[in-house]
Design a protein around this ligand. Structure first.
Ligand code: MG
Length: 268
């Protein structure tokens, strides 16, 4: 989501509600696991979209992405159940029939509502053999998400977690995209608070206390070159300004009395 004002109305979830969110999250994980098997040279992102739509339909889950309103007034709603963002695309790419080639990377983001509760996750997948630079981008972005989840077990405030994420990306000579951030999630996909992957004065002023019941969609977006982005003239696809590769990993994570729990993991 795009950062806006820091107004706060955080809805903490009970253990029972987190249990429902785990079921939605597990289905999202299963959908992404299916996509992983389709991510080969010659495949298309339209095929991936159809596979995820089928899984959601079979489980009576509702896509959180299809028909999501466009931030640009009067422009088309999102037409698919996955976002598929190839190479320089960061997020919000629209699936299509273009064939994926060896060396491409594709970020797949999807979410569903199951029995009234939401799950949201993303992975970036290599298509066949990719460059050493692209491999490192995927590793660094995935590890940035890991670092965040691990840090939630001992940090009291989100700004402490975001500082570790940002530091790790910079130590690897890459950039954190700042135009888009993670978010609270529950019965709606986008709830308060906003969850930036970097530290800002606004975050310090309106910090997030990591307490049991807090459920966040954490989603670092990392680029090889600039952090700055453009939106293509489809009014959805976000690309890096320098058109270098960008990656995106996301999990829905609940704070519990036993520490952070990934709700969009395939296995417990
Ligand atoms: Mg999200």
């Amino acid at each position: 989501m795009t950062p806006t004002s820091p107004a706060r109305q955080i809805k903490l979830k009970s253990p029972r509600e987190i249990g429902f969110m785990r079921e939605a999250g597990r289905l999202v994980a299963q959908a992404l696991d299916k996509v992983r098997t389709l991510a080969v040279p010659g495949a298309t992102t339209a095929e991936m979209d159809e596979a995820v739509a089928t899984i959601f339909r079979e489980h009576n889950a509702v896509s959180l992405f299809r028909n999501y309103p466009n931030a640009h007034r009067g422009k088309p709603a999102f037409p698919a159940v996955i976002c598929a963002s190839v190479n320089e695309a960061v997020v919000h790419g629209i699936p299509n029939r273009r064939v994926l080639n060896e060396g491409d990377i594709v970020s797949i983001d999807t979410g569903c509502r199951l029995n009234g509760w939401c799950g949201d996750a993303a992975v970036t997948l290599p298509i066949g053999q990719v460059s050493a630079e692209a491999t490192k981008l995927l590793e660094v972005t995935k590890e940035t998400l890991n670092i965040a989840v691990q840090a939630m077990s001992h940090c009291r405030l989100w700004s402490q977690v975001a500082a570790l994420m940002e530091q790790y990306v910079h130590d690897n000579g890459m950039a954190v995209v700042e135009k888009f951030v993670g978010h609270g999630i529950g019965q709606a996909m986008h709830e308060e608070p906003q969850v930036p992957n970097f530290v800002s004065k606004a975050l310090i002023k309106h910090d997030i206390v990591l307490e049991p019941g807090l459920v966040l969609a954490i989603e670092p977006m990392v680029s090889l070159g600039t952090k700055n982005v453009d939106v293509l003239n489809d009014f959805w696809t976000v690309v890096t300004k320098d058109r270098r590769y960008s990656a995106h990993f996301e999990h829905t994570v609940a704070m519990t009395v036993d520490g952070p729990k990934i709700l969009t993991a395939l296995e417990d």
